[in-house]
Ligand binder design. Structure first.
Ligand code: NDP
Ligand code: DXP
Ligand code: MN
Length: 387
């Protein structure tokens, strides 16, 4: 960016979450480069949202809150009604012209906003991987080339590695996984895992849902689907390796045998800043690796017997249609049941498998968003019944 350019206008959906708050820190550190034009959230933390809106100098017309009661609270504090209700995020996209919209809400409820962002012509800085996994080809069809820029650390890493060669020169994508808090555990050991144990990620501080997904390796399963969709690489050319240090964020192996890796200490500020400024890098976004002291980076295979989620996702993704939406929705419902103490930790992924085994009707490509929503709703119902 040159000094005579105006700042990039950024709208943040999910501003009160882990990604949203880090994005606001990136923006606050670069006021000449970025400007916040709107904020949206669920309504679980009205004090924070009000403080964020005031700090950004936003009026109520640039704020959206899904929960209507929370929206009343936020509106009262900001002096007028804010956008509210289940469509508040898409309404916000329509109300706030932006250059970049960061979709950092959690879950497949991010799908309609992702489509609205793409239709608005803004760049979609995509943290909400569930919207891509659920919407699949519908999301890709709504996007212009290069309009979706990944925020997810692995996919941001792959996008950076791909600068080293052409698409035709790519042999394999290699996603790294931390392995989660139960790496090395047996099937017997994971039976008694509690939500509290599953909420302690070894290397990243993140929201509760993605932290649980990392523990089951469902997060990596969703990321394999995400990588297939974003980079148009077949499932049998996408590998996962367990890298407990979370410093190498993913790799690309090219046809001549070269593997290009992207490394940095675990911080989401780097991929967030890069997605907001894409294709430019933001100086000082994150610390760099320190090679003046000894360190070890290790890689090991995934234990697919104890953690079968990735193999399930490959099978669902390879069969296609809305089965990836079914996978994600079954997981969201099973995760709710686990958090509520109704099922054990291994039953989360077993529930996904059970739901997928009954989901043949959803194997055809969806023609409309409504078909995806129907698959999503069906899978939640089946998962709740099974759980
Ligand atoms: N955290 C991380 O490091 C990473 C996250 N991601 C992905 O980014 C997304 C966000 O994750 P994370 O920040 O950890 O999640 P958090 O749980 O920390 O934050 C979720 C955000 O979504 C908002 N939200 C919840 N329900 C709604 C709703 N109905 N409408 C609008 N907004 C809603 C929450 O608002 P409220 O506070 O009001 O409830 C909150 O702002 C997920 O898809 C995750 O997989 C990807 C890579 C890394
Ligand atoms: C930071 C990020 O992108 C997360 O998706 C992270 O990768 C989760 O860690 P796991 O590798 O344990 O799933
Ligand atoms: Mn990730």
């Amino acid at each position: 960016m040159t000094s005579d350019e105006s700042p990039t206008r950024v709208l943040i959906l999910g501003s009160t979450g882990s990604i949203g708050t880090q994005a606001l820190e990136v923006i606050a550190a670069n006021p000449d480069r970025f400007e916040v034009v709107g904020l949206g959230a669920g309504g679980g933390n009205t004090d924070l949202l009000i403080a964020q809106a005031r700090a950004a100098g936003l009026g109520p017309d640039a704020v959206g809150v899904a929960n209507p009661d929370a929206a009343d609270t936020v509106g009262a504090a900001l002096g007028a009604t804010v956008l509210s209700g289940p469509d508040a995020m898409t309404d916000l996209v329509h109300a706030c012209p932006a250059d970049v919209v960061l979709n950092a809400v959690v879950g497949s409820l991010g799908l309609a906003p992702s489509i609205a962002i793409l239709r608005s012509g803004a760049r979609l800085a995509l943290a909400n991987k569930e919207s891509l996994v659920a919407g699949g080809s519908l999301v890709l069809d709504a996007a212009a080339p290069g309009q979706i820029v990944p925020v997810d650390s692995e996919h941001s890493a792959i996008a950076q590695c791909l600068r080293a060669g052409s698409a035709a020169e790519v042999d394999r994508l290699v996603l790294t996984a931390s392995g989660g808090p139960f790496r090395g555990w047996t099937r017997e050991q994971i039976v008694d895992v509690t939500p509290e144990q599953a909420g302690k990620h070894p290397t990243w501080s993140m929201g509760p849902m993605i932290t649980l997904n990392s523990a089951t390796l469902v997060n990596k399963a969703l990321e394999v689907i995400e990588a297939h969709l974003l980079f148009d690489v077949d499932y049998d050319h996408i590998d996962v390796t367990v890298h407990p240090q979370s410093i190498v964020h993913s790799m690309v192996t090219f046809v001549d045998g070269a593997t290009v890796a992207k490394a940095s200490p675990p911080s989401m500020k780097l991929p967030i800043a890069l997605a907001l400024a894409w294709p430019e890098r933001v100086p000082g976004a994150s610390l760099a690796c320190d090679f003046s002291t000894a360190s070890a980076w290790t890689f090991e295979p995934v234990d697919n017997d104890v953690f079968p989620a990735i193999e399930l996702a490959r099978a669902a993704g390879t069969r296609g249609g809305s089965l990836t939406a079914v996978f994600n929705a079954a997981n969201e419902a099973a995760a709710d049941a686990f958090f509520a103490g109704r099922i054990t930790f291994p039953r989360i992924v077993e529930t996904i498998a059970d739901v997928l085994s009954q989901a043949d009707q959803w194997a055809t490509p969806p023609g409309t968003l409504e078909e995806v929503f129907a698959a999503d709703a069906w899978a939640r119902r089946r998962a709740a019944e099974i759980a």
